[in-house]
Design a protein around this ligand. Sequence first.
Ligand code: FES
Ligand code: FE
Length: 435
Amino acid sequence: MTTGTDPELLSLCGLDDGWLDRRVFWDQAVYELELERIFARCWLFVAHESQLPKPGSFLTTWMGEDNVLVVRRRDGSIGAYLNSCPHRGNRVCTAEAGTARGFVCNYHGWSFGLDGTLNGVHESAAYGREPTFDQARLGLTPVARLDTYKGLVFATFDPDAPPLRDYLGEFTYYLDVMLDNDAGGTEFAGGSIKSVLGCNWKIAAENFAGDALHAGWTHASGAEAMIGRGVAELGADDADSYHVNAHGHCWEFNLDGVGNAATLGDKRIMNYLRENQERVAERLGELRARMVGSISSVNVFPNFSFLPGQNTFRTWQPKGPHRTELHTWVLVNRNAPPEVKDAWRKGAMMTFSPSGVFEMDDGENWELATRSNQGVVTRRQRLYYGLGSDTAIDHPELPGNVHRGQINDANQRAFYRRWSQLLRAATWDDLEKTR
Ligand code: FES
Ligand code: FE
């Protein structure tokens, strides 16, 4: 069923003078439309190149509710395929990550190469007698396109999607703060963590898009317990704080720089950032050097988030309208000293992991914000995203849409604007017309 043309459904899916219908966090039909028009079309983060160090390295992940197998092929290129056997649909690779020479389906024994082709079949004599059996057409289904940006691997199921560089647009200026502040590039520190949240994926994504407002309140007690003081005061008209967004990708930050570095002010991290600040300024300019290590939050549309400073990277994988699977990793500069990498990894685990102090604070709020919509009367109410509607500015250096101050809803509005445009647009050309 194509739900995309249902006008009544689409009428829910957009901001109305700053107000958003709560049913978008609860309705199964809205969710199905998101899978079709957002997750089956957008460029989605699937891996960091460091997770696929050599031919045969693989991992499995999600693009919407489609499980995909991401593989470093023999020629060094990266491929991604639907992780479902073309015979009876069984999941071909059940491991999360590893190294393999190929993949054998557990059901009837069909085997696939690193390039997704069907290499062999169990009981091959029987298939060999079958004239309609065309082995060349029975490989794993590849994604439409795969591309990388400075270590990050993205894929899309939509052959008509714009090139990745266009999809990210001027947001790459900001991404380079994390991905290109050192000539050695970045890597994911070893290991990842998965957890499940009973919330709609958008509530988590919009929080990382720019909800600085919650930090001083939700996390006040946790910060007090961990470091003996609350989260730094954030001012609505702080001259050095911004919400910026482009194409629905959002970054909120202040320019306090290293002085406000996250991960609980760990001395090894603080020293590393301070020692490198001049070199970063030469590489990225003074302004972006001040963004490195400052407390900020980011969402790359639709569901790939990170916290500069904390260096936690994560995807919010949708599992129905009321459930989200969270995958997290820690990003470090490849050339950072081992003790600094270690400090970042441990710091992120203490703060933003399922047992981390701050993640627990957030999860409870997001689950209750979702669950409250089970009430039929509650669900008829709307939510307000109008804070800071007059904060747009032109900035001589910052590209994209720029809003002054961290305490406003500018980025959340940008997130839902993009989301709404994608749900309504049948094609990428239609989408461009709505911008
Ligand atoms: Fe995979 Fe039959 S389902 S070999
Ligand atoms: Fe939070």
